[in-house]
Ligand binder design. Structure first.
Ligand SMILES: Nc1ncnc2c1ncn2[C@@H]1O[C@H](COP(=O)(O)OP(=O)(O)OP(=O)(O)O)[C@@H](O)[C@H]1O
Length: 357
């Protein structure tokens, strides 16, 4: 088990079914495939950044990976231990409490993560008491103070006696980060953790998180809807970028491939929509045919991106592509990634006006 990835998702799906309700007896069940057959390994000291439009399933996937959302099908393992087997107490080698300690989450709103009625010292001591009972009070305090200083909340003596409302949003987020790190986690899910901060503070916070990642050897799963932040993190950490679309990963790999040379038309569109990501180069026209995301309950047949894709051909409407391995370990869910695929002989379904035939 020791060589197993920190977290390993195998063909994970999370579906939400809205069964209408009492006043809606005649409506059909509506199933949203928030996550649809995703496999992803996160290793030791690994950084993965998940990007995609609102509602594409980023948070649901993140929660499934840290054991906070039960998959409808597929498995999530922590160091080889099935997370839900552990949660259900089915003779796990690693107990669920240990998994929960190891897989931490930082949300967008740090205010809601901190108890408004507790001084910071109390908030930070509580988890340490639980997880480090062998340390005396003084050693625990020492650790807390050292870490607060490390994240720039200095002098720590001043901060520990404050209540959350006496801190700025950026300071609160640092406290939440400290609280996670005190538990010595293996993986931190940072779900839009910097989105609510002033633009000027975002780079500082990303730098801090990556510096601590180095120091503690923690792996990160960053979730961001902002490609420039995702690029910054992937570039600095050397980690992977994963692009999600309607519950699936459509492209994943290192930044040089995914962002500098995107293979999937959806990644190209995201790149286009992020002004000044790489100077002024690039196409003038938005490389998608439709702005709107399709209804996640009734996803298009074949490749789910085909109604928006300027490169769509008959094959794309008829069959759903798998993730295809391309250069340098990048995976792309697009027939164009395979030079020999029948896609290339299939007629285009986009006419000269850009309308679907
Ligand atoms: N508990 C739930 N019950 C029903 N539907 C849900 C639930 N959680 C998420 N969904 C649906 O699943 C889909 C994916 O949601 P999710 O929050 O994972 O997306 P996201 O990419 O993180 O979006 P955002 O960036 O807006 O947070 C959406 O259509 C959402 O409405």
């Amino acid at each position: 088990m020791s060589d197993a990835p920190v977290v390993s998702a195998d063909d994970v799906s999370v579906h939400f079914t809205d069964s209408g309700g009492l006043f809606d007896l005649f409506s059909e069940d509506e199933t949203v495939r928030a996550v649809d057959g995703i496999s992803l390994d996160i290793g030791e000291n690994d950084v993965v950044t998940l990007i995609g439009e609102s509602g594409c399933g980023k948070s649901t996937l993140g929660k499934a990976l840290i054991g906070a959302q039960r998959p409808t099908s597929g498995s999530v393992k922590y160091r080889g231990q099935d997370v839900w087997e552990a949660k259900d107490g089915r003779n796990p080698e690693i107990p669920f409490s240990e998994i929960r300690r190891s897989l931490q989450i930082i949300h967008q709103d740090p205010g809601s993560a901190l108890n408004p009625n507790q001084r910071l010292l109390t908030s930070l001591m509580l988890p340490m008491k639980k997880w480090n009972p062998e340390l005396g009070r003084e050693r625990r305090k020492e650790r807390i103070f050292a870490l607060l200083e490390k994240v720039g909340l200095s002098p720590a003596e001043d901060f520990v006696n404050r209540f959350p409302h006496q801190l700025s949003g950026g300071e609160q987020q640092r406290v939440v980060l400290v609280r996670s790190l005190l538990l010595n986690p293996d993986l931190i899910l940072a779900d839009e953790a910097i989105s609510a901060l002033d633009v000027s503070l975002r780079v500082e916070m990303m730098d801090l998180m990556l510096e601590l990642q180095d120091l503690f050897g923690t792996s990160y799963l960053f979730i961001s809807h902002d490609l420039s932040n995702a690029r910054y993190i992937a570039e600095k950490s050397g980690g992977r970028i994963a692009v999600m679309y309607l519950g699936q990963i459509v492209e994943i790999g290192p930044i040089e491939q995914v962002i500098e040379n995107p293979q999937h038309p959806y990644t190209k569109a995201l790149k286009w929509a992020t002004p000044n990501l790489y100077g002024d180069e690039g196409e003038e026209e938005l490389p998608v045919r439709e702005i709107d995301i399709p209804d996640p309950v009734n996803r298009p047949t074949g490749c789910h991106f085909h109604p928006r894709c300027p490169e769509a051909r008959e094959t794309c409407r008829a069959q759903e592509p798998d993730l295809i391995t391309t250069d340098g370990g990048r995976l792309a869910r697009c027939y164009r990634a395979d030079d020999t695929h029948e896609y290339w002989n299939s007629p285009s379904i986009v006419d000269d006006e850009g309308e679907l035939r």
